[in-house]
Design a protein around this ligand. Sequence first.
Ligand code: NAP
Length: 298
Amino acid sequence: MTQYIIQRLCIIGVGLIGGSLARALKKTGAVAEVIGVSRDVSHLERAKSLGVIDNYETEISKAVKGCDMVVLAVPLGAMQSVFEQIAPVISDDMVITDVGSAKASVVKSAQHAFKSIPANLVPGHPIAGTEKSGVEASFPELYENRRVIITPLETSSPLAISKVRNMWQACGAEVVETSIEHHDEVLAATSHLPHMLAYSLVDTLAKMDAKNEIFDFAAGGFRDFTRIASSDPDMWHDICISNKDALVKMIKIFSDDLQLLANAIECNDSVYLKETFSRAKKARDEFCEDKNINDSPE
Ligand code: NAP
């Protein structure tokens, strides 16, 4: 008999992240049944026809009934309302986790909805994704050799933590644990700030009079640097608002450094420029070596 690690999985929000999780768990035979739920029936029909989910419900309280694992894969702005719909039907043998890109805001939403946070809630965040959205963009290999950060609370049950760990490991991911504060600070620096830079750069250029000419001459470097500016604006709106403090702090640090760079260029400060570029090149080369990344320079 097949040993499933999850019997009945409910994915709330069957998009890129939730859909890829369902596909990965089905591919490895780790789950017996996947129930999808979202707002738009046509999206759920599509997910079912693609084999991502086995069945669907449009009411969250119905969908989660009898599930041993519930994953919230909705935008951060929708988390609280989803928790509120789960709260009346939660049971002791139901593990709840999420994939939100900021963690303090998810815990705050859970606090509002549940009043006292359930021991079976284990917040999580897969460090994997693309600039695409929706179930059509989902694929089972998304989490292979990628990290998933879980941020258990003091009250989280060890059994629930190990079930969430096992789920992600079954997708080929490495699971690491950090505090909520550390997660939000690190992600502000490594993911949220780069998205702000990409959006801001493309927007600045798009507003310029010579924008057609600029985009005509743009080459591989521009494409590499700005790919993430094609990400979903609504999702990134929610991430900015949800991780406001850490992100604004990083934007200020970066703005100060950018101003120093501008000053150095204006003053022909070759030493400053070469030192800055060399330090950055060394740091990126080490990062690529460490991660086994081999991207060809323009
Ligand atoms: P997505 O592809 O747009 O999927 C979001 C899904 O949520 C859609 O299927 C949408 O379906 C559903 N949804 C939206 N509002 C809902 C609501 N109020 N109730 C129920 N379902 C709702 O987005 P995603 O990229 O998978 O992102 C989902 C989460 O993953 C976000 O919290 C994000 O922060 C996090 N995350 C994203 C990435 C990334 O690179 N994209 C990486 C790591 C984590 P309907 O329109 O049918 O409702």
